[in-house]
Design a protein around this ligand. Structure first.
Ligand SMILES: [Zn+2]
Ligand SMILES: [Zn+2]
Length: 344
């Protein structure tokens, strides 16, 4: 099978590899769709912290936002998975430590992460082997595009829930990238008054096109009481701005990660009586996200700007926009040969 492999910072190959075999407890999935995200870009550039902490190493195959169909089941796996469309949890906890036992396997010290950490190969390939225990079945109404948006959606749903809006509450989202826009969609579905702040004109235009009317460039956010502020940006100064912007008694949600430490003044946090929440991983939000997509409560498909084949992943990770791409923040990959080789 063909697979996309990063061999060193900035270097990649599409390799012909032996097809994976489902080991005990595992399934092999025919991958139908994969999302490319900022984490993959960090592995491409070499900036990703896990590379420097010994959690990850080249050569590696990224891809953690995926959907596909189960093609083979290993020993001990329920054969009813065969033929099912699924997505999989990125986080693979050890299953036996205190955090795993408490249901927080996404925080397991010894966890592997599909396409990210612990040598667990990702989904940028025609086939992927993963533990059956990590699978989530997708109903027919969740197509492969939606399925590959469940993982980022799980992150966003958790961030939106952490903001805990009551109907009519005013919530400001900083950073209209994939996560920020998904958060905004979940907040809108909860009847919040959603405001978005972005850095580039294109991102603001795109957000307006999704039907968000309160869209502001930085520095132009109106002086209104925001019941919650969510930082979904990668700007080191915005976590501090979020604390300035939130209404006393309100909630702050931090899901964005900057390339350097962000500082907030905890005196302001205390004096404003604000609750601050950090979010890592979509794991505890995957089922609720699948339900929201299946019922049409949230439809994030407009976020996908283009779908490319495996040979075009390298240029995308290097920052190139595929020809004909829209303004949306998400690029999808169809790793199947028909897509990769184009029409005959
Ligand atoms: Zn991602
Ligand atoms: Zn564990």
């Amino acid at each position: 099978m063909r697979a996309f492999v990063l061999t060193s910072p900035g270097a990649w190959e599409v390799q012909e590899l032996p097809a994976p075999v489902a080991g005990p407890g595992e399934v092999v999935v025919d991958v139908e769709r994969v999302g490319v995200c900022g984490t993959d870009v960090e592995f491409f550039t070499g900036a990703m912290a896990y590379l420097h902490q010994g959690h990850s190493a080249y050569p590696m195959r990224p891809g953690h936002e995926w959907a596909g169909r189960v093609a083979a089941a290993g020993e001990g796996v329920d054969t009813r998975w065969l033929g099912r469309r699924v997505m999989g949890d990125t986080m693979l906890g050890c299953g036996s430590c205190r955090r795993c036992v408490l249901g927080r396997q996404h925080l397991c010290e010894k966890r592997r992460e599909v396409g990210i950490r612990g040598g667990q190969s990702g989904a940028l390939a025609e086939q992927l082997a993963v533990p059956a225990s990590s699978l989530h079945a997708l109903p027919d109404s969740v197509d492969p595009v939606l399925g590959a948006l469940v993982e980022p959606g799980g992150n966003a749903l958790r961030a939106a829930r952490a903001a805990a809006p009551r109907p009519g509450d005013r919530v400001l989202v900083l950073g209209p990238g994939t996560i920020g826009l998904l958060v905004a969609m979940f907040l809108r579905a909860a009847d919040a008054e959603v405001h978005l702040m972005g850095a580039t004109e294109d991102s603001l235009v795109f957000a307006r096109g999704l039907g968000f009317e309160h869209v502001w460039p930085e520095g132009s956010v109106p002086d209104l009481p925001f019941d919650a502020v969510i930082d979904a940006s990668n700007a080191a100064h915005l976590p501090g701005s979020a604390l300035e912007l939130v209404e006393p008694g309100g909630r702050l949600v931090y899901i964005g990660l900057a390339g350097e430490p962000s500082r907030i003044d905890t005196r302001t946090l205390a004096l404003k009586d604000v609750t601050a929440v950090g979010i890592l991983s979509g794991s505890p939000g995957l089922d609720a996200t699948i339900h929201a997509y299946a019922t049409g409560t949230v439809d994030p498909r407009p976020l996908v700007a283009a779908t490319v084949g495996l040979t075009e992943v390298g240029p995308v990770l290097a920052g190139e926009r595929p020809p004909g791409a829209g303004l949306g923040p998400k690029i999808h990959v169809d790793p199947r040969p028909s897509m990769a080789t184009g029409p005959l």
